[in-house]
Design a protein around this ligand. Structure first.
Ligand SMILES: *[C@@H]1O[C@H](CO)[C@@H](O)[C@H](O)[C@H]1NC(C)=O
Ligand SMILES: *[C@@H]1O[C@H](CO)[C@@H](O)[C@H](O)[C@H]1NC(C)=O
Length: 162
């Protein structure tokens, strides 16, 4: 009798322990959010063989509370010579909506963020079983003011000729 009534408590204790273990683990090593920033030289909304990657672009990671939508965490980074950023994010963000957001581009004629490619959704929690600290985000892009000559030919490769 005593052992059966103790069982729920044991289960609860186990859960608490496990949760403490997981949160200790997640606060221990930050996530590295890895992604690339490009200049859409053909202004077509996606990466093409003519796409350049931008060095020195600023990117911000933002996490918002699901209910209030207030920003509760943010951190910034800059892309390297391959257009890649690596921004570390501390703690777990299970109850938040996190995104990578374009901030600015140093390229004079490629400064306007493509509205369709200016944010990338991130899942920054280890409660879903993810243990890899490297998290890759979808690439984001700025639009070149004038499309390069040669883009029409290039884009024809994507259009099935009927
Ligand atoms: C990102 O930066 C962190 C901290 O500087 C480093 O430990 C990690 O290896 C980097 N990840 C990549 C993929 O470069
Ligand atoms: C994260 O990336 C770094 C640098 O590329 C690498 O050394 C490390 O092994 C990666 N971690 C995992 C868990 O894949």
């Amino acid at each position: 009798m005593a052992s059966t009534s103790a069982r729920p408590f044991m289960l609860l204790a186990l859960c608490v322990l496990l949760q403490a273990f997981i949160s200790a683990q997640s606060s221990g090593s930050p996530f590295n959010v890895i992604g690339r920033v490009y200049c859409d030289t053909c202004r077509c909304g996606f990466e093409t063989p003519a796409t350049n990657y931008i060095e020195g672009a600023k990117v911000r990671i933002e996490c918002r509370d699901r209910k209030s939508l207030q920003v509760v965490y943010s951190n910034e980074g800059v892309t390297d010579s391959t257009g890649t950023y690596n921004i570390s994010v501390e703690n777990d963000h299970q109850d938040e909506i996190c995104e990578s957001v374009l901030v600015s581009s140093p390229v004079a004629d490629c400064k306007s963020a493509d509205p369709g490619r200016s944010r990338a959704t991130l899942v920054l929690t280890r409660y879903n079983g993810v243990i890899n600290e490297n998290l890759s985000a979808n690439a984001m892009g700025f639009l070149k003011d004038q499309p390069l000559a040669g883009c029409t030919e290039l884009l024809q490769q994507y259009a099935p000729d009927t």
